[in-house]
Design a protein around this ligand. Structure first.
Ligand code: NCC
Length: 485
């Protein structure tokens, strides 16, 4: 963690978040030095100064937007720049293909969504960026990035090594994109990011005159260091006096980078070779949003966290559901008398009713290449109480017309498909899913992969998923609305 020095900003009323930071050299991926592990203490050296009292006497420092605090702190009296309206602010997610530890970590599915998707969804939905980019060296990552609405910067081999630092990679992007003035490097490894985190932190740059802002979490960790004394190794407390151990509630704790995002300027990145500098602020995020996936054992914990605290997108108003392969298992049974038959599972019809009762309209989709005859389709639709959309070889074209008619946007739509022709809709929809037996080309494009196969409860499963996300999005919105009153 960078040391935050106290030669703070001198204007009155700027007791929070405005501190000058002495940057340390940026660490590189594989050769960074982690602090040595704590070993059982052999000897406690006497602390140089009574750290506890120093800690206690410190004025409580908080970020300007302690995101979840009830009373926001007063803003510093900095003025917006004259040219603010003209500054191009770009979000940039670095996602290389060669991640160590977890193979292709950046697009591995976390709770049904590619890792990268969680932060891209927040970046796109925050509606504050002039552009949202992913810098990658990998074709599959490029596809996923585009499916979440990001533009793609294909980075060079020089900045795609294990040892390439984030700074070098960001510098390459900035050099090649002369339009970009402010960059927000968002790390995919911190997936519990919400649009309001980005909105509030960006306002510190655009409205309050900070040059750089990075996300932190407050920790109450007592830190120790192993030091050599002659031939002996001793452990030395770094931030406490063992004789006067402060209680958690008597200590403000320390601000630690949580790795979620770094706002910075073109000038700092290209001319000063740093991400954090100038008038530097921090944005404090609550611990529950501060997830940092580093090693593989972090993954299952992150999965639970993201389900509970992640950003689950905009509220879904309509679901398109393919009949063939989703509502049915894709088979058409033929009787001797020449009648076609299909089977649908009551689990799925109940799932559809569940959505309808929560005011999510369900439209069944049938294609000209399906073997279903129209009488059968109408019967199915009647039983499910749904409208039917008949699509041609390019479902996207026809479904666009349905959305225009209903005055809806793709980010308000959930789409369930199961084949290659569905890829563009799976990509575009705010939420999308495939049954577990869908071909890989469709699974790759879907944001959620059901555990159930087509015709056996996959529609209900996706319906439950939609309602859960919807609930979360609503709760979050209510919370934000209430706290901003
Ligand atoms: C901005 C920055 O310095 N980020 C570094 C962060 C940061 O210091 C911590 O998260 C703070 O808690 O630490 C590292 O974090 P890590 O290696 O997990 O990288 C974070 C995310 O960025 C992608 N990345 C990183 C560097 C690079 N040249 N290209 C990339 O695509 C990774 O694939 C991953 O999605 C580290 O642990 O070594 C290395 C990162 O470079």
């Amino acid at each position: 963690m960078c040391p935050i020095t106290k030669d703070s900003y001198s204007e009155p009323n700027q007791l929070v978040a405005v501190e000058r930071i002495r940057p340390e050299p940026t660490r590189t991926g594989s050769d960074q030095q982690h602090p040595p592990p704590l070993v059982p203490c052999r000897r406690y050296p006497v602390c140089g100064e009574p750290l506890q009292s120093a800690m206690m006497s410190q004025a409580r420092k908080r970020s300007l937007f302690a995101a979840d605090d009830d009373e926001p702190m007063p803003a510093p009296k900095l003025h917006a720049r004259g040219d603010e309206a003209h500054r191009h602010v770009a979000a940039l997610v670095l996602a290389r293909g060669g991640s160590k530890g977890i193979t292709l970590k950046n697009i591995k599915k976390l709770a049904g969504l590619p890792l990268l998707g969680w932060v891209l969804r927040a970046a796109v939905d925050c509606n504050m960026f002039h552009s949202v980019w992913v810098s990658t060296d990998h074709d599959e990552i490029e596809k996923v990035a585009r499916s979440f609405g990001a533009q793609v910067h294909r980075r060079s081999a020089e900045v795609s090594r294990d040892t390439s630092s984030s700074l070098e990679t960001i510098q390459e992007f900035v050099r090649l994109h002369s339009e970009v003035d402010v960059i927000c490097n968002i790390q995919a490894t911190s997936p519990c990011l919400h649009p309001y985190h980005l909105q509030q932190a960006l306002e510190m740059i655009t409205l309050q005159g900070f040059d750089s802002v990075f996300s932190v979490v407050r920790r109450h960790h007592f830190r120790w260091q192993e030091v050599k004394e002659g031939n002996n190794k001793v452990t030395k407390p770094l931030n406490l006096d063992p004789a006067n151990r402060p209680r958690r509630q008597d200590w403000d704790g320390e601000l630690c980078e949580n790795g979620s995002f770094y706002f910075t300027t073109r000038d700092l990145v290209l001319n000063k070779n740093i991400l954090q500098g100038g008038v530097t602020g921090y944005y404090e995020m609550k611990p529950e949003f501060s997830v940092d996936i580093d090693v593989d054992i972090d993954w299952p914990v992150a999965e639970q966290r993201v389900l509970r605290y992640g950003y689950h997108g905009k509220v879904v108003r309509l679901m398109f559901c393919n009949i063939s392969g989703c509502l049915t298992d894709g088979r058409v049974l033929m009787s001797g008398s020449g009648e076609d038959m299909v089977a649908i599972n009551t689990k799925d019809t109940v799932g559809i009713q569940m959505l309808q009762s929560e005011e999510v309209e369900v439209v069944l989709v049938t294609s000209s290449v399906d073997l279903l005859n129209s009488v059968l389709v109408d019967k199915l639709a009647k039983r499910a109480g749904c409208e039917v959309a008949k699509v041609g070889e390019e479902p996207l074209k026809d479904l666009k017309l349905v959305l225009e008619r209903k005055k809806l946007k793709w980010n308000q739509v959930a789409f369930m498909g199961n084949d290659k022709v569905d890829v563009s809709c799976l990509n575009l929809a705010g939420l999308s899913a495939v049954p577990s037996d869908a071909p890989i080309v469709a699974t790759d494009a879907a944001k959620y992969t059901c555990r159930n196969v087509g015709g056996s409860g996959a529609v209900r499963e996706f319906g439950e998923y939609i309602l859960l996300q919807r609930e979360k999005a609503k709760m979050k919105q209510d919370r934000i609305d209430t706290s901003s009153k």
